[in-house]
Design a protein around this ligand. Structure first.
Ligand code: ATP
Ligand code: MG
Length: 360
């Protein structure tokens, strides 16, 4: 049966998870849509700073997530188009191929807050049937309404409950509250790298696929890249990183000796900052400063939120937390068998450190 009114959920989907799927399902039900089309982006225009998993893997994981589930399909159309994946072009392509299609373009509230950087963003609610903004933990309704006013200054409310808007340019935007699932692909990737479980955050078949294909672990190329660099002794590297964290006012620094405990890395360094801004500033300065001394950060995850930033220096993996989040993940508890490096004992325990830490 051909679909006419359907939802589109695009994104990096690296990997797809229950946050994406449940939000889509609630849109499908609320708007009585014929189905949901998942469209993994080939080359996401706004995510160029980290290495994205190859399209074929992200496509395959999306396919496995909804395989045999009625009302769900996956499209490879963005993988077939060269260059960055712009949503407006995807919508145009769909409408050109199926002239009576009424696509409801779904994005999360976090994406809507940054919607102004999307190509021809104001055309999306016009050319799609509607732009459907779904709630997402961490982004309040006020922020969504604030973004609405900024991005669409002529917009007006169409209903009493404040969920349906006209953009002032003939487009429609709907805000839909969905079950709050605080799941992100970033935290799934971080968990994988830290050796933590990701079960029940995403479909089991997707987990099996990522395990089978060794996704979100370190690649051989990354290993080789680091070995070619200046500092090769991992303990020496851990010491240098440790002092960089101290210089940046990181608190309660713990260096775990993972040799013999986990193949993931030789050392885990865990520390926290007092605010997300402090954590973000610390990570970016460390990346820059250590890079100058030949200690290359191979990947940086979580810098946009600043709650848990994972910096991968190959043999040394650094976990920088925003203080209240550190206890939740309790990596030290998880890796209790790993001995702590004595030279890293934090005698001051990070108490009376400077207030300038907040300034980037
Ligand atoms: P990353 O952490 O890599 O950015 P992500 O979890 O945000 O991954 P994306 O692929 O960036 O996933 O998201 C695709 C779309 O789905 C975006 O519009 C995003 O806002 C939305 N989305 C993702 N996770 C959720 C969630 N848990 N609840 C609601 N919407 C979500
Ligand atoms: Mg995202």
């Amino acid at each position: 049966m051909a679909w006419q009114r359907f939802g589109i959920l695009g994104g990096t989907l690296d990997p797809v998870h229950f946050g994406h799927l449940r939000a889509s399902e609630e849109v499908r039900e609320a708007l009585r849509l014929d189905g949901i089309l998942l469209i993994p982006a080939a080359s996401p225009p706004h995510k160029q700073q980290r290495a994205i998993t190859p399209f074929r893997h992200r496509y395959e994981m999306a396919r496995l997530a909804v395989e045999a589930i009625e009302g769900y399909r996956v499209s490879a159309m963005e993988g077939q188009r060269p260059g960055p994946s712009y949503s407006i072009e995807t919508i145009r392509e769909i409408k050109a191929a199926w002239p009576d299609a009424a696509p409801y373009f779904i994005i999360g509230a976090d994406a809507f807050v940054d919607f102004g950087i999307w190509k021809e963003y104001d055309r999306i609610p016009v050319e799609a049937q509607e732009l459907v903004v779904v709630s997402r933990p961490g982004i309040g309704r006020e922020q969504v309404l604030g973004a609405m006013g900024r991005l669409f200054p002529d917009s007006r409310q169409l209903d009493g409950s404040g969920t349906l808007f006209e953009t002032g340019q003939g487009g429609r935007i709907r805000y839909l509250n969905v079950t709050a699932l605080d799941i992100s692909s970033t935290s799934i990737r971080q968990r994988r790298r830290a050796g933590l479980s990701v079960r029940f955050l995403l479909p089991e078949k997707v987990i099996e696929y990522m395990v089978r294909n060794e996704l979100y672990l370190k690649t051989k190329a990354e290993h080789a890249g680091q070995k070619a660099g200046g500092v090769t002794d991992s303990e020496e590297m851990a010491r240098a990183i440790h002092s960089a964290i101290r210089d940046n006012k990181g608190e309660k620094i713990v260096v775990l000796d993972m040799r013999g405990v986990s193949p993931v890395a030789d050392f885990f360094i865990i520390a926290h900052g007092r605010s997300t801004k402090h954590v973000q500033g610390m990570a970016s300065r460390m990346k820059r400063e250590l890079g100058r001394s030949g200690i290359k950060c191979l990947s940086l995850e979580g810098e946009s939120e600043g709650k848990w930033i994972l910096m991968d220096f190959d043999d040394v993996v650094v976990h920088l937390f925003y203080e209240p989040v550190r206890g939740f993940y309790d990596l030290e508890g998880l890796w209790y068998e790993a001995p702590r490096m004595p030279w890293a004992y934090d005698d001051k325990a990070g108490h009376e450190q400077g207030a300038s830490a907040e300034q980037e």
